[in-house]
Design a protein around this ligand. Sequence first.
Ligand code: F6R
Ligand code: MG
Ligand code: MG
Length: 365
Amino acid sequence: MEITLTAIKADIGSIGGHLAPSKAILNRVKETIGAEKSNLILDHFIGHTGDDIAILLVHDRGEGSEAVHRLAWDAFQAGTAVAKEQGLYGAGQDLLKDAFSGNVRGLGPAVAEMSFTERENEPFLLFTADKTEPGAYNLPLYLAFADPMYNPGLLLSPTVGKGFTFTVMDVSHTEGDRVIELSTPEEAYDLAALLRDNGRFVVESIHSRADGEQAASCCTTRLRNIAGKYVGKDDPIMLVRTQKTFPATGEVLAPFEIGHLVAGFMRGSHTGPLMPVKEGTGVSFFDGPPIVSCLAFSLHNGKLTEPVDAFDHPYWDWVRDNIARKAHDIRAQGFSGPAMLPYADLEYGGITERMGKLAERFHCR
Ligand code: F6R
Ligand code: MG
Ligand code: MG
């Protein structure tokens, strides 16, 4: 049976600023999805990371299914109604259009989807991040799928060692989907040349070269391109199948110990290290730091096991301590240089106005 995993994520309101959704809106989203369960979908999971709620739906209706997307949209709308009743901050923030039009892509929520014939054992990972952008996954994916320093399977497993094909999207191109396919190991340097630019080039999917199967699907949503102005960072969601012809789960997780510096953090306008956290973690210091959580599932006959929280382990406590120090270090330099993002990536337009006024006062001696 061909199964589709549809993962959709949105910020529909949170308590005390942009910190975490309320139990009431999470419950309303769960109730809305749960009510439909037997008719439309095979299984589901709902959780949150920072101020974003993630909905994972398992079904057999294929990618972009109108009915499945409508269900997620309706659940977010129902949650938004509760957020408004409760007076939550940013109620309905990521639902940028008033009406559903067949697919949640282009309406605000982040989407990652993948269809495949279920393997006898089907382990996969659901990544959800907050206070950052889709390109935040570029480096961990490159290291997990193309670098033997992080993925010894590239040396040790004959199938993993055949390499992977990356589909990369130019997210600055708004007239359509501008994509390129690059295969590793042969084109690893070309791939790195693109992936260094997290704000522009984003990994959309990865396929095994051993069997052509899809290993990863990442969201490429840019809220700015939808709203016509900057309305927040895009808080990305990602699905990764693991083991056998794909990297091992631990190989996919390993690069997250770097806590690499990404765009996001306070006012979506700063640079901060990406901290791997337990699912359900909110946001705090300087509206951050940028966080990522990872739930591991097994799928069998369209049913999910309970998730294992991949970053809930003593090793990751040590990693978090190190990354907190890294966050502290870059915060110590405030607005200076690389601590704050370049103009084009700032979430707020205020500085552009300020610069405009100052430009009038500049004079050439
Ligand atoms: C960034 C974010 C927060 C807000 C900040 C100010 O994406 O969610 O850092 O930018 O809390 O929010 P406003 O402008 O809504 O007061
Ligand atoms: Mg928010
Ligand atoms: Mg968010």
